[in-house]
Design a protein around this ligand. Structure first.
Ligand code: CA
Length: 325
């Protein structure tokens, strides 16, 4: 639960200032790592609600921690460039080769990777093809003092990186818009948390990573959005009508012992089933093999195992959804 919770806290980092109307916008992206287009909703946190109490998915989205949440307006666009609006006080300073940026223009959203920041107008960045001079070191170093990955004194750059996140066709919006810096391309995460074969797993979708097992013996995951529409917050698992009202998420994991008990060990005093529950309600129990409950007299009966529930509530403070930075 610790790794899970730790991954939810930075949700929204890097694009907290996005306009409420653009939350949920489909981000058009390309990834040379998978040699294909991909896309994802522009949401700090997304719950994919399981059918009839089946495990939910929870998806976090955030940029690199060292990047200040900063919105930069632009007023000119081509398929391979964006020009910052100098009249708006924006500055290109701080945008580095290898940074990936969200491009937000109303209902149009995209992802670009900076390949040139040397234009003489001091406000244009390019997101083209091929290689570009290496700015960031090739590998990250684990700083033991805070157990965080950071980029320190670079090893001498020997090879130039090849662009990863720019489609050959480029990305163009016809109007002005806003850029949000997610930091160097290794850092953003779109982590998909789910239950697979009794394991809690996480998949780094941003980098097309493998599904990694974080914990075994986990048979359910349930999650709810906390909405600020009333006080105290209301909780729901379905997508909110207004994404900007989401101020927290709460999640629960249901762990099942390996030990098969010869008798039912989940029984109330009156003989009824004692069903494991969390703040969001009772878990939907199934046979141990995942099929609907049939009360079998066998190890397939969920009542013959002991359970623990892990639960946490995470405020989404970093995102400040829908508010200007
Ligand atoms: Ca659910």
């Amino acid at each position: 639960m610790y790794a899970f919770e730790r991954d939810l806290r930075p949700a929204g980092n890097g694009f907290g200032g996005v306009a409420p109307a653009s939350l949920g916008c489909t981000v058009t992206a390309y990834d040379a790592g998978r040699a294909a287009n991909f896309n994802f909703p522009l949401l700090p946190i997304q719950i994919v609600d399981g059918t009839d109490g089946a495990p939910d998915q929870v998806i976090s989205l955030y940029g690199g921690a060292e990047v200040a949440s900063l919105s930069l307006s632009f007023n000119a666009s081509t398929v391979t460039s964006k020009s910052l609006d100098s009249n708006g006080g924006s500055s290109r300073g701080g945008l580095m080769l290898g940074d990936v940026m969200l491009v937000v223009s109303g209902a149009s959203c995209g992802l670009i990777e900076i390949t040139d920041n040397t234009h003489s107008d001091a406000r244009t960045i390019n997101h083209g093809q091929g290689t570009y001079p290496r700015h960031y070191p090739a590998a990250k170093v684990n700083i033991a003092s805070d157990n965080d990955y950071e980029y320190v004194s670079a090893p001498a750059p020997t090879t130039n990186p090849t662009v990863r996140y720019n489609a050959a066709a480029g990305y163009h919006v016809t109007t002005s818009g806003t850029l949000f810096n997610l930091g160097r391309r290794d850092l953003p995460r779109r982590n998909i948390w789910q239950i697979t074969n009794g394991n809690l797993t996480v998949t780094d979708d941003f980098h097309n990573g493998p599904e990694l097992s974080i914990g075994d013996g986990i048979v359910n995951l349930q999650a709810q959005y906390g909405l600020s529409t009333s006080s105290p917050p209301t909780w729901q698992e379905t997508a909110p009508a207004n994404w900007a009202s989401v101020i927290a998420i709460r999640v629960a994991l249901l762990a099942r012992s390996q030990q098969y008990e010869k008798e039912n060990v989940n029984t109330n005093a009156d003989g009824s089933d004692k069903v494991p529950s969390w703040s969001g309600g009772a878990f939907t129990m199934t046979n141990a093999d995942g099929t609907p409950d049939t009360t079998p007299d066998s190890p397939n009966n969920w009542r013959r195992y002991r359970y623990r529930v892990y639960e946490t509530t995470v405020p989404l403070r970093n995102s400040l959804w829908g508010q200007s930075p």
